[in-house]
Write a new protein. Structure first.
Lengths: 135, 135
DNA sequence: CAGGATCCCAGAGGATACTG
DNA sequence: CAGTATCCTCTGGGATCCTG
């Protein structure tokens, strides 16, 4: 199959770093996913088990939570500790880079506060996260 | 179970309205959309016309560009100047709150740079934005 | 030039059920 | 307890064509 990869179509200066990724997009890639940010937010307060995350987010199904945790783990954003015992026990925790990513989310929070205050009635979207946060 | 939700941890003035919005989600709501951030990024350099945005992002179709611009406009993130003349001319520009939102995107960029450097081989996603940025 | 109107589809994510 | 395995739904965006 013809590999017409994106990288190959880039100008030379973009290729000669072996791999030059757009940083903004890298961040988007890591954060995209309905529950990723919310999960990271939960892990701010420390190590959490699978079940604890489920309790914190009652509306997420195990299947989805599992996949989101997997991509976050393979991305190096969170770490996964497995205790081989009965019953099983698995703990998730923010990595160093994960913690710095939460800082970015905090920047979003700060902007959001300002935005909500200054847009008195123009923006009245239903809040997904209120939904996620509720219960 | 004690509700220690994110909302409850916000300042009182945010809670007193019957509608409590999650700031993080408000930001997500504003930014969600495949091309929103990219558009804001383009507008960093100043006022741009519809056609100029299209040139900068050849892969976006007029229909999509139009809708994304509309939601950004109604959200107060960008402003729209219509010149009633023939041929038509419309200019888009970041608002004040829009410029501060770009700062958030910059935070994402900064984190992304760090992330790419420190994850030498773990994260090799294809970069959507390279794609979007190219051409 | 700057878009609206339609139609269409992939793919993220939900529902449900099962298991090491 | 901490997930998998299937199946299914729904919607954001792309393709295409049209117009004030």
């Amino acid at each position: 199959m013809k590999n017409h990869s994106i990288v190959d179509s880039q100008p030379d200066k973009l290729k000669t770093g072996s791999k030059k990724f757009c940083p903004v997009n890298a961040t988007i890639g890591v954060l995209s996913g309905k529950w990723k940010m919310r999960i990271l937010w939960e892990l701010q307060s420390g190590v959490k088990r699978f079940g604890q995350l489920q309790e914190a987010m009652p509306k997420i199904t195990p299947a989805v939570l599992s996949t989101q945790l997997q991509t976050l783990t393979t991305g190096g954003i969170i770490s996964r500790q497995i205790y081989t015992e009965i019953p099983p026990k698995v703990e998730y925790e923010l990595t160093g880079i994960g913690r710095s990513l939460v800082a970015v989310i905090c920047a979003m929070e700060t902007w959001g506060i300002d935005y909500i205050e200054n847009s008195d009635s123009s923006y009245d979207s239903e809040c997904l996260w209120n939904d996620l946060i509720a219960n």
